[in-house]
Design a protein around this ligand. Structure first.
Ligand code: UDP
Ligand code: MG
Length: 316
């Protein structure tokens, strides 16, 4: 087997509670892979510090000085998980033949890395890690997350079911990714658009071993909303159909009110009018909101601001 260079990219935001343990486990894992001659000894683990407010960067620097396996990429400020991940991927694509992205809390089983690499040597440019079960997630997380994937698919977004950001990408897949310039990042929607041969590896997701989730409900919802509005114009089309439907209903109402007028019962019907006003007002507000959301997207895309700014990169 050829020994190619593997880089792991791990975005970290306030992860002081987990970093040392994560580093310990990855050290064992990577050295094992090097011993099995699956990867080159130039392979690295890159922690991306996403503007953490705690000691995360100090710990990364310490790990880097103690062990050359660990590299650190420091961003100028907090830019969110997706941007931090992109920053890491774009920085390491010069050095690596293949790159695996994962979370700092090692909820994604690191023992399937072997399979990822095998699939890569078998010709896959992209290997998706897919959660087989969600036995250890809370009912709420499981329900909302799986509902999200189903809804996305209904909305016509081509995403891999139950795949988050645990994946392997080859150098040329990363070159492909660098061609996507969008600011509203939703990586798991973009990656399938790159093309190339891909495969899927199943794994069981664990609980976080320390620290707490950086994805509270509010962030999850806004992430889901970004995913839908960045990849699908179905909501806009839905408004069009709603408009057509409302038009036909109002023709019926026009006829009805004329009939009522000629029968001379005009005072009654107050309830009906009040209901109509509220319903129509509501639908209009909703529609404006959806359109506004897309205009907002256009606004931020036209500014084409940088998605991240690198402060320093420690790699040796
Ligand atoms: N993360 C980040 N920037 C942020 C929020 C999160 O880089 O603004 C990282 C975080 O450190 C972790 C990964 O994104 O490595 C996933 O976060 P978390 O494990 O808290 O999410 P969950 O697994 O609960 O969905
Ligand atoms: Mg997690």
């Amino acid at each position: 087997m050829k020994k190619e260079i593997l880089y792991l990219v791990i975005p970290c935001y306030n992860e002081e509670a987990v970093l040392k343990e994560t580093a310990k486990r990855l050290d064992v894992k990577i050295n094992d892979l090097i011993k099995k001659k699956m990867i080159s000894d130039k392979s690295r683990v890159v922690f991306v510090n996403d503007g953490s407010k705690d000691k995360t960067w100090e710990i990364i620097k310490e790990l880097h000085t103690q062990n050359h396996l660990f590299s650190g990429l420091n961003l100028s400020r907090n830019r969110g998980h997706q941007n931090a991940l992109l920053a890491g991927l774009m920085t390491v694509k010069e050095y690596a033949d293949m790159v695996i992205s994962m979370d700092a809390d090692l909820q994604d089983d690191i023992n399937v890395i072997d399979q990822f690499i095998k699939e890569y040597y078998n010709g896959s440019d992209i290997v998706y890690g897919v959660r087989s079960k969600r036995a250890k997630d809370t009912f709420f997380k499981k329900f909302t997350a799986e509902g999200f994937y189903k809804f996305m698919q209904k909305m016509g977004v081509d995403i891999v079911y139950n795949h988050a950001d645990y994946r392997l990408m080859s150098k040329r897949a990363l070159e492909g990714l660098s061609e996507f310039k969008e600011v509203n990042l939703f990586l798991r929607g973009i990656v399938p658009l790159i093309g190339f041969q891909s495969s899927v590896v199943e794994y069981e997701r664990n609980e976080r071993f320390a620290g707490e989730s950086k994805y509270p409900l509010k962030k999850m919802l806004s992430f889901a909303f970004d995913g839908i509005t960045s990849f699908s114009i179905k909501p806009i089309r839905f408004i069009l159909f709603l408009g057509i439907f409302m038009m036909s209903v109002s023709v019926a109402i026009l006829i009805y009110s004329l009939v009522v007028k000629f029968l001379g019962n005009t005072v009654s019907g107050w309830t009906f009018i009040v209901c109509s006003i509220w319903l129509l007002g509501g639908i209009q507000m909703l529609s404006l909101g959806v359109i506004g959301e897309y205009i907002g997207k256009i606004y931020s895309e036209t500014k084409a601001r940088p998605r991240y700014i690198v402060k320093e990169f420690l790699n040796k």
